[in-house]
Design a protein around this ligand. Sequence first.
Ligand code: ATP
Ligand code: MG
Length: 299
Amino acid sequence: MVEAETQSSVQFINHLKPNIADRIVLLEEPRMIAFPTAGEQKEREEMSEALTYTQRMAGIGLLTTSIGHEMNTPLSIIAATCSNLQHEIEENNLSMEQLLKYVTMIEQNAWRAARIVEVLRNYSYDEETQTAVTDLNMIIEDALTLVQHQLHGEYNIQVETQLAHNLGTIVCDHSRLTQVLVNLLLNARDAIGRSGGKITVKSWPVPPPTVSLSRVNGLPAVAPTREEYAFSVSDNGPGIDPAIIEQIFEPFFSTKPNGKGAGLGLFVARHIVEQHHGRLTAENNLTGGATFTVVLPRQ
Ligand SMILES: Nc1ncnc2c1ncn2[C@@H]1O[C@H](COP(=O)(O)OP(=O)(O)OP(=O)(O)O)[C@@H](O)[C@H]1O
Ligand SMILES: [Mg+2]
């Protein structure tokens, strides 16, 4: 099922590729165009935007299938609780305390199901950028909801989260940053493969570097520069081949077998992060596997 969904989205992107691939590589390549004109910059931005939207739309089929599986759990709990409730009522031995317990369980799971649907609906956003004040940890939770079944159900991957508490809010496009995380998580899944492994997702506030202003009353006065927050996705797969590490952010660069990867995930992720004036970096872990880190300014 997942194979088929992935293949059809890759076919969809490949259909568009001949029209834009050469042009965008040229526009992305700083050595080719040292000083892009305003027109070339605009063209590059428009193509990157089109690819970002296309990449998201092409992946929706896969995520909808995953979300379908995720919905099963709360809906099954609601159905089972209702039939227990019915049985107890027929037997006439239902206390108020038990009734409250059943109703609470139904309510919690109905909210859980509603939240899952909301995550998918938010993800299938309009083409336009929409910025709002958001909690970074919420973006991580949403992305994990979208890919949960991909990691647990289809692959045997354990996910550990180490999220900073009281992480401040940032002004960003929630659904676009969710797309960044989804892309990084699916790459980690592919790197680990079906034999299973572990993904670790972290978030933390980046301490602002301080700049010395002048001396006030003999003491150095310092002012913090911009506030930043970061998140990372680490896996314990084979790591990134050093021979290709310079190329992985290029559009349409993929080492995955034909029909499995369009080579857009990292290109789109970096485009979105740069739109937020942040940075996305990749490195191999000393203990094996790779880590992708996103640093974002608060505003
Ligand atoms: N976590 C990772 N570990 C090792 N290599 C990675 C990892 N993430 C990405 N790569 C390498 O970077 C390449 C480019 O990744 P990218 O997400 O841009 O494309 P893709 O995953 O191949 O295709 P798509 O994302 O469009 O389905 C991958 O084909 C893979 O070789
Ligand atoms: Mg990818």
